[in-house]
Design a protein around this ligand. Sequence first.
Ligand code: NAP
Length: 266
Amino acid sequence: MSSSSQNYLKIGIIGFGPFAQFLVKTMIKQGHSIRATSRSDYTDLCTQLGVSFFRDMNAFLESNNDVILLSTSILSLSQVIKSLPLNCLRKPTLFVDVLSVKEYPRDLMLQVLPSDSDVLCTHPMFGPESGRHGWKDLSFMYDKVRITNEATCSSFLQIFASEGCKMMEMACEEHDKLAARSQFLTHTIGRVLAEMEVEPTPIDTKGFQKLVEVKESTSRDSFDLFSGLFVHNRFAKQQLREVELALETIKQQLLKRMTNEELEQS
Ligand code: NAP
């Protein structure tokens, strides 16, 4: 019997950064077998976690994974995926990505991966901070882009569904439109606040405390992640223009009001 029909998967992870390290803890708890490879050497950390770490990409791909999970930075995905020795794959495999943009990895995977590989695009809408007390009621977006092996795909999705995630099936394009207006906007405001060196004061209002939280949580993610949200989401450019325009509109409204006040008092 194959491992996928028992619901236990052999999951190979490419890119063992902060987000992959966060995800594997739950996957291991659920009994899946995890292998990983990355640009940097995570042998010691993987030994502690019970993950097999491969320095050699050929050996990693030959290790008979049911699922290969791509968790590299958005900016490095193209280089990473195009350098994979895909001839080493032993069987048709489900490729899943967890990048915070969706059209871009979908197009790359369809372009580069063998046609017998399945492709599932996902975006867990949470991270090490928001998901530290569990994943219940946190959103998990996915798009079954090219799925022939429904059993493996459904076993993979079950990792998140069984933790209580809100499972949101959605086209990659729709995700990118919505995420530009929500996640990218949040990160942009957070980065602006960080650039202004906004810090708590002794007389913080509740609203201001929330702003400081936004600054702190968005600054914890790498600048690679933030810039990836902009560079590889075609809807983010318009969003940045709207932020600039809105700031200018508000500034003009305030200046006009100030001029009116001054005229009334003269
Ligand atoms: P990240 O900075 O976006 O990505 C770090 C990962 O990218 C590490 O595994 C790193 O490898 C790899 N990497 C960076 N540059 C590389 C290069 N030139 N060549 C090869 N590998 C390279 O941080 P992250 O938070 O771990 O995010 C990983 C992915 O998950 C991203 O695509 C992100 O959009 C997505 N995601 C993150 C969150 C979150 O809350 N953090 C939530 C949902 C989705 P090494 O560590 O080996 O150097």
